[in-house]
Design a protein around this ligand. Structure first.
Ligand code: 7RM
Length: 635
C-alpha cells in the first residue's frame, strides 16, 4: 500500500522514512495504484546528478490527459472539472464538467492536428485566464506537443524571446483580455512579437473581448469556427514516461530566461500526489488556486495536480481588487471554496484594506489555506489565519520552485502542527540538506545554510531547453552530487525548515550571515508598516550595511518619519539583535515586483549602492514606474 493519502502525523513519519529508505519502491507503489498506464515501466529510477541525468518510470507508456480526464468519465462525467469565474462579476460563471472538458480538449487537439502540429512540436500559449487556456495545455498534451505558456502580461519582446528560444511552430492566443477595469489587446502584442520570429506557422485566436484584431491570411485563424467543425474524438498520443510535457520559462535574476523542461510521468505522479496530501482534497471539494496558469503554480496546482485527482478546480480571470477588494472573498462564498491557495503578496495587499471587505462574505466553507511564492511574514500569516481561516483552517506554507515541478516542503494540514513563517517538513521522497559555503553539510538542528536536495524526486526539471550545460552549472555544480535550490534556509529545534530568502540576496554584515526574510519579517511587525524589503550596500567598516525600503500602512502615513525609523530599528533589535539594525531607511509607496509578485531586490540593491545607471532589464516588472520614484527618494 502506497499511503497515497496520508491521514495522521504518525503515518506521515512512517511514510517519510520509507520513502527515503527506498524511494523506488515508494514511488512505484504510488504510480502503480493511482494512475492509468498503457504500459508499466521497466525501471523506476535512473539518475546521476553529475551528468546530470534523471529518468523516472523509464519504459512506461501513458498519456497525461487520459489520467486527468478520460479515466474520470466513468464516475465523474457530470462533476465540474473547471469552474470558470470571469473578470466581470456580472458575467455568468461557467461550470465545465469532465465530460465537457473531454470534448473540448479533443476538439482543440484535432484543430492543432489539422494545422500540422505533431508530437514533439512546441506550441506557445499566450492567453488570459479563460477556460481555453487550460484546454489548450491539455490539447497539446493530448497529441504530445510540448506547450510553453507565456504569462499574458509579458511584453512582446519577452514573448518573442521565448518563442524563438523554443522554436515554436504555433501560438495560441486571444483577441484581448479583461483585467479589472482594463481591456488589453493581447493579439496585437503577439503580432508585434512575431515580427521578430520565423518559426511560427500558425496563430490560433480565441474570441474573448471582441475587439478589432488584424488577422494575417494563412497564418492566423479564429478558433471558434475551427472548434465547431472539429471532431470531438481524439485518440491520445501514447507517450514515453520521459517525453517532454512542457517548457516553462523562469526569468532568474540575471541573463536570459531559462526554459525549464518538464517530462510526463514523474511530473504527473508527483503533482497529483502532492495535491492530494497538501490540500487534503476530498471528493466533491471545491479547490481554488489564484495563481495564473502562466506560472508553475498554475500548471501544477490549477491544471495537472487537481485534474489528475478528479477534483473541481476554480479558474479566475480577474484581479483581487476588481470591482473592489472583496472579490476573492465573494468568490469563496459563491463557489463554496474548500481549499484556497494564494501568494503572500496578495495577502499583504488585501490585509492593507478595510476589514469590511472580508467580513461581508461567508467564508465558512474554507477548510485549508495555502501560500506560495515568497516567505510569508508573521503578521500576514496571522491576518490570513485570523480573518480568512477564522483560526480553524490550517495554513500550508508551501515551498517549491519552477524547477522542482511540485511542492517540496509544506505542512500537511490537520496533521503537521503549523508554525508561522515555517514551511515545516519535507514531503515524502524529498531529502533536504543544508550546506555551508565550503561545501560541507550542516548537521543537527537550530542551524542555517544553503538549501540543497540530495536525491531526485519524480517532478524535478530534467533540463534547460537547448542548454543542458547551463542546467548542469546552475543547479548541480555549486554542491557536487546535489541539487542546489539557490535558497537559504534554517532548520529549527524540531527539524522544521524556514526559507530565509534567495542566497544571492543574503547580506553579510560584520561577518554575520543575514537572510532577508527574518529581518523584513521583524520590520513588518511594526504596526505602521505594510511591507518592506532590505538589501545590503557597501560600507567601509562593516563591509556591508543594511538599507531598508518600507511601505507604510495608511495609519502610519501621518507619523513622524524620524520616530518611525527609531522604532523600526527597535523592533529589529528586539526580534533579531542590534547587528541587523538598518543604517538607512527609505519610505516608499511601492516596491519593484516581478509579475508573479516577487520583490526584485537586485534593483533595490543597485539603487542603494548608487549604481542607478545600470539597472538591467526592468521591462518585465509589474510596476516599472516605481523605480524612478525610488531613485528620487534615495537617501
Ligand atoms: C512556486 C514558485 C521559486 C522561489 C523559491 C523561493 C521562493 C517559493 C516559497 C518561497 C519562501 C515559500 N516557483 N518561494 N515559495 N520562499 N517560502 N513558501 O514560486 O520558481 O517562481 O519561485 O520562490 O525563493 O526558490 S518560482
Amino acid at each position: 500500500m502506497s499511503n497515497y493519502h496520508i491521514k495522521s502525523l504518525e503515518e506521515y513519519f512512517n511514510v517519510y522514512r520509507r520513502s527515503i529508505r527506498n524511494p523506488e519502491t515508494f514511488w512505484a507503489e504510488v504510480a502503480e495504484e493511482h494512475f492509468l498506464w498503457r504500459k508499466k515501466w521497466d525501471k523506476v529510477l535512473e539518475w546521476d546528478f553529475k551528468e546530470p541525468k534523471i529518468e523516472w518510470f523509464k519504459g512506461a507508456k501513458l498519456n497525461i490527459t487520459e489520467n486527468c480526464i478520460d479515466r474520470h468519465l466513468v464516475t465523474k462525467a457530470d462533476q465540474p472539472a473547471i469552474l470558470f469565474e470571469p473578470n466581470n462579476p456580472d458575467e455568468d460563471s461557467i461550470a465545465i464538467s469532465y465530460r465537457q472538458l473531454h470534448e473540448r480538449v479533443c476538439k482543440m487537439a484535432n484543430v492543432l492536428k489539422s494545422k500540422g502540429i505533431q508530437k514533439g512540436d512546441r506550441v506557445v500559449i499566450y492567453m488570459p485566464m479563460i477556460p481555453e487556456l487550460a484546454v489548450s495545455l491539455l490539447a497539446c498534451a493530448r497529441i504530445g506537443a510540448v506547450h510553453s505558456v507565456v504569462f499574458a502580461g509579458f511584453s512582446s519582446s519577452a514573448l518573442a524571446a521565448r518563442i524563438n528560444d523554443c522554436e515554436a511552430k504555433a501560438v495560441m492566443t486571444s483577441d484581448g483580455s479583461f483585467r479589472g477595469a482594463k481591456t488589453i489587446a493581447i493579439k496585437a502584442i503577439v503580432d508585434e512579437a512575431l515580427k521578430n520570429c520565423t518559426t511560427v506557422e500558425t496563430v490560433l485566436v480565441v474570441n474573448r473581448t471582441g475587439e478589432d484584431v488584424q488577422m494575417q491570411v494563412g497564418r492566423d485563424h479564429w478558433l471558434e469556427p475551427l472548434l465547431d467543425e472539429a471532431d470531438s474524438h481524439c485518440d491520445a498520443e501514447i507517450m514515453d514516461a520521459e517525453d517532454p510535457l512542457f517548457i516553462l520559462y523562469t526569468s532568474g535574476s540575471t541573463g536570459k530566461p531559462k526554459g525549464m523542461l518538464h517530462t510526463t510521468a514523474g511530473y504527473m505522479v508527483y503533482t497529483a500526489y502532492t495535491f492530494k496530501n497538501v490540500f487534503q482534497y476530498q471528493d466533491e471539494d471545491v479547490y481554488w488556486c489564484t495563481a495564473d496558469i502562466g506560472w508553475i503554480t498554475g500548471h501544477s496546482y490549477i491544471v495537472y495536480g487537481p485534474l489528475a485527482n478528479g477534483a473541481t478546480t476554480v479558474m479566475f480571470e480577474g484581479v483581487p481588487s476588481y470591482p473592489d477588494f472583496s472579490r476573492f472573498w465573494e468568490i469563496i462564498e459563491k463557489h463554496k471554496v474548500n481549499q484556497f491557495y494564494t501568494a503572500p503578496t496578495a495577502i499583504r495587499a488585501l490585509a492593507k484594506e478595510n476589514l469590511d471587505y472580508v467580513t461581508g462574505s461567508d467564508l465558512s466553507s474554507l477548510k485549508v489555506l495555502g501560500t506560495v511564492g515568497e516567505p510569508i511574514n508573521e503578521e500576514a500569516w496571522h491576518w490570513y489565519n485570523d480573518h480568512i481561516g477564522d483560526k480553524k483552517s490550517p495554513i500550508v506554507d508551501t515551498w517549491w520552485q519552477t524547477e522542482t515541478g511540485g511542492i517540496m516542503i509544506s505542512p500537511i494540514p490537520f496533521i503537521t502542527p503549523t508554525k508561522p513563517t515555517y514551511a515545516t517538513l519535507p514531503l515524502p521522497g524529498i531529502q533536504p540538506v543544508l550546506m555551508d559555503e565550503n561545501g560541507n553539510e550542516i548537521f543537527g538542528n537550530q542551524v542555517d545554510g544553503r538549501l540543497c536536495i540530495q536525491f531526485p524526486w519524480p517532478s524535478i526539471a530534467r533540463s534547460i531547453w537547448g542548454n543542458h550545460q547551463r542546467y548542469a552549472e546552475t543547479y548541480f555544480s555549486a554542491f557536487p552530487g546535489m541539487y542546489f535550490t539557490g535558497d537559504g534556509a534554517l532548520r529549527d529545534e524540531v527539524g522544521y525548515y524556514r526559507i530565509t530568502g534567495r542566497v544571492d540576496d543574503v547580506i553579510i554584515v560584520s561577518g554575520h550571515n543575514l537572510g532577508t526574510a527574518p529581518i523584513e519579517d521583524a520590520i513588518n511587525e511594526h504596526n505602521a508598516v505594510a511591507e518592506s524589503a532590505i538589501v545590503g550596500y557597501p560600507h567601509d567598516i562593516k563591509g556591508n550595511a543594511l538599507y531598508g525600503y518600507v511601505i507604510l500602512k495608511e495609519t502610519g502615513e501621518n507619523r513622524d518619519r524620524d520616530n518611525l525609523k527609531k522604532e523600526i530599528n527597535q523592533v529589529i533589535t528586539e526580534h533579531i539583535g542590534p547587528i541587523a539594525k538598518l543604517d538607512k531607511i527609505q519610505f516608499t509607496a511601492g516596491l519593484p515586483k516581478t509579475r508573479s509578485g516577487k520583490i526584485m531586490r537586485r534593483i533595490l540593491r543597485k539603487i542603494a549602492s548608487n549604481e542607478t545607471e545600470n539597472l538591467g532589464d526592468i521591462s518585465t516588472l509589474l510596476n516599472p514606474e516605481i523605480v524612478d520614484e525610488i531613485i528620487k527618494g534615495k537617501i
